[in-house]
Design a protein. Structure first.
Length: 187
């Protein structure tokens, strides 16, 4: 028999922190590693779409929190055209982010755990390039509130470069298939 019980957020601090970690700014990607990875794939983003004032990588960013330095409060509500996007969304928003990338026809890098890559791989438009960033304990700089969850955050993080602009969307299908095959061999 399976029993369920509701635990209010205050009593369920581990699940609460893990599910909201990227929204509350509890960590950031190591800027040195991120910069190296972006250089490897020759990508210079112009907008950090899911950031906070404490963890933004670029001066131009969107944040879900009130912040007078952001260009918008919700990145999903603004047009992404004419931007080179750095996307590190909360896991629950990944499907919406992929749909918006396709709809707005953008060039972007998407950072996500490897298991999310495999879960959503059928939704991805052609992938131009990818970089394995490494395990979360080496890639993420954690705040004080996340230090106790280090053992729970050991997944491998991937960065994929995607271009959904019409002129390149259909020409990269074979390259996308090669990259997905390579990633399948890794697992």
């Amino acid at each position: 028999m399976i029993y369920t019980e509701h635990l209010p957020g205050l009593e369920n601090s581990t699940a609460n922190a893990l599910s909201r970690q990227s929204w509350i700014g509890d960590y950031q990607i190591n800027p040195v590693l991120l910069n190296e990875a972006l250089q490897k794939i020759n990508f210079q983003p112009t907008l950090d779409a899911f950031a906070h004032k404490t963890n933004q990588f670029l001066k131009r960013y969107c944040s879900p929190q009130e912040d007078n330095k952001t260009i918008a409060r919700n990145a999903l509500n603004i047009p992404w055209t004419n931007e080179l996007l750095l996307l590190h969304p909360p896991i629950g928003l990944i499907p919406k982010v992929i749909q918006k990338m396709i709809r707005d026809q953008v060039e972007a890098v998407l950072i996500l755990p490897r298991w999310c890559f495999f879960k959503y791989r059928t939704m991805f438009p052609p992938i131009q390039n990818y970089v394995t960033l490494g395990p979360s304990d080496q890639v993420l700089i954690k705040s004080k509130t996340m230090k106790e969850f280090t053992k729970l955050l050991l997944e491998i993080n991937e960065m994929i470069k995607i271009n959904t602009m019409k002129e390149s969307y259909y020409t990269e299908t074979s390259q996308n298939q090669q990259i997905q095959t390579q990633l399948q061999l890794i697992n």
